[in-house]
Design a binder for this molecule. Structure first.
Ligand SMILES: [Zn+2]
Ligand SMILES: [Zn+2]
Length: 369
C-alpha cells in the first residue's frame, strides 16, 4: 500500500509525548539516518525524509493539533483513534462510559453529525429502588466549544478547502495497473482542513466538560432499568443534534429481601414449637416492622403474604406483596429438661397427628404387599 505511516510511529513517540520528547526522538533518529552518515544508502535517505516530514508536523504545535484532529496517515485508521482527547479523560470514560449506539465511532461525514449517546452505570441501594430517589451524577462529556462555536477554526478564520484532495475528500493513486481511490488522509475525507485550529479546543470543535445532572429515579426500578435523558449525551458535531444519555440502573442486593417482579420475598425461620402451636411474630418490611400471624401447623415452605407491602410498580400499577416463606428450624441442642419433655411428647405422639409421615409409609407398604 502506498499508505503513509503514522507520524508518531515514525518518530517512535507516544501520542501524548511532550514537545521536548518529540524533539529528542527526532534528533536521535535524524542523526542515525542522516544521508551524510549513510552515503549511497537509499533506504536511509527515504527514512530520513520520512523522519523530517513527521517532525515538520509534530514539531509544530499548531500543525500537530491539526494532525491530531485530522491526521495525515491515510485510510485504515479508525476515526476513534484520532482522539487524543480520550486519553485526557483517562479512566472515567473507560469505566463508566461506552459508546452506545455508535456516534463516537461513527464514520466521518462531511455534514452535521449527531453527538454520541452516553451510558452511565448507576448503582443504587435496594431501598432507593423501592422508594424512588433523586441522584446527582457527574458526567464528563464533550460539549460544543464556545470559543469557535464548534467549528474548530480559530475565531476569525475558517476551514479551507483541502489541497490534497481539492475538497473531494478522496485521493487517487496508481498501484500497478489500478487506480485506487481512498479517503484523503490530510482531511480524513472532510474535504476541508483547519489552517488555524481554535486554540481552546485544538480544532476539535468540542471541549471536555463535566456536567452535573439530577436524575429522578422512579420507585420500582430494577437492575437493568434504563432511563433515557434526551439530549444529555455529547454535543453534536458541526451543528448536529446532541446525543442522549442512558442511565442504566444496578440495584444492590438486600440482605433480607429478594425481589420477584413487584413482590418481595423473605425467608423467615421459626422454631418448631412456633410452627406447631402457631405464633405472632414481627417481620421486617421496607417501611418498618409488620406483624405476621403464623397459623398452627405451618410447614417449611408455607408462604404467608402481606398484601401491599411489596414494591411499587414502576408504571404506577399499585404495589406488590411481601411474601414470607416459612422455614422450620429443628433444635440441635437440647437441655436435659427439653429432652425429657420431647421424649414424653414422642411417647404421646405414637404416629398420630403426622399425616405426611403416615401417608408415606402407607405408600411404601402398598408397594411391597
Ligand atoms: Zn474551539
Ligand atoms: Zn483532503
Amino acid at each position: 500500500m502506498n499508505e503513509k505511516r503514522d507520524y508518531y510511529e515514525i518518530l517512535g513517540a507516544a501520542r501524548d509525548a511532550s514537545p521536548e520528547e518529540i524533539k529528542k526522538a527526532y534528533r536521535k533518529l535524524a542523526h542515525q539516518h542522516h544521508p551524510d552518515k549513510n552515503p549511497g544508502d537509499h533506504s536511509a535517505e527515504e527514512r530520513f525524509k520520512e523522519i523530517s516530514e513527521a517532525y515538520e508536523v509534530l514539531g509544530n504545535p499548531e500543525k500537530r493539533q491539526a494532525y491530531d484532529r485530522f491526521g495525515a496517515a491515510g485510510a485504515g485508521r479508525g476515526f476513534e483513534d484520532f482522539g487524543g482527547f480520550e486519553s485526557g479523560f483517562g479512566n472515567i470514560f473507560d469505566d463508566i462510559f461506552e459508546g452506545f449506539f455508535g456516534g463516537r465511532t461513527g464514520r466521518p461525514t462531511r455534514g452535521a453529525q449527531r453527538g454520541a449517546d452516553l451510558r452511565y452505570n448507576l448503582g443504587i441501594r435496594f431501598e432507593e429502588a423501592a422508594n424512588g430517589v433523586e441522584k446527582e451524577i457527574v458526567i464528563p462529556r464533550m460539549e460544543t466549544c464556545q470559543a469557535c462555536r464548534g467549528s474548530g477554526a480559530k475565531p476569525g478564520s475558517q476551514a479551507v478547502v483541502c489541497r490534497a484532495c481539492r475538497g473531494t475528500g478522496q485521493v487517487r493513486f496508481s498501484q500497478g495497473f489500478l487506480t485506487v481511490s481512498q479517503t484523503c488522509g490530510q482531511c480524513r475525507g472532510q474535504g476541508r482542513v483547519l489552517e488555524h485550529p481554535c486554540p481552546s479546543c485544538r480544532g476539535l470543535g468540542q471541549v471536555k466538560a463535566e456536567r452535573t445532572l439530577t436524575v429522578k429515579i422512579p420507585a420500582g426500578v430494577e437492575t437493568g432499568t434504563r432511563l433515557k435523558l434526551a439530549g444529555e449525551g455529547e454535543s453534536g458535531v458541526r451543528g448536529g443534534p446532541p446525543g442522549d444519555l442512558y442511565v442504566v440502573i444496578t440495584v444492590q442486593e438486600h440482605p433480607i429481601f429478594a425481589r420477584h417482579g413487584d413482590d418481595l420475598y423473605c425467608e423467615v425461620p421459626i422454631s418448631f414449637t412456633q410452627a406447631a402451636l402457631g405464633a405472632q411474630i414481627e417481620i421486617p418490611t421496607l417501611s418498618g416492622r409488620a406483624v405476621l400471624k403464623i397459623p398452627p401447623g405451618s410447614q417449611t415452605g408455607t408462604e404467608l403474604r402481606i398484601k401491599g407491602k411489596g414494591l411499587p410498580n414502576v408504571r404506577g400499577y399499585g404495589r406488590g406483596d411481601l411474601a414470607a416463606r416459612i422455614f422450620v428450624e429443628v433444635p440441635t441442642h437440647l437441655t436435659a429438661k427439653q429432652r425429657d419433655l420431647l421424649e414424653e411428647y414422642a411417647r404421646q405422639e405414637n404416629g398420630a397427628g403426622s399425616p405426611l409421615v403416615q401417608g408415606f409409609w402407607e405408600k411404601v407398604k402398598a408397594l411391597f404387599d
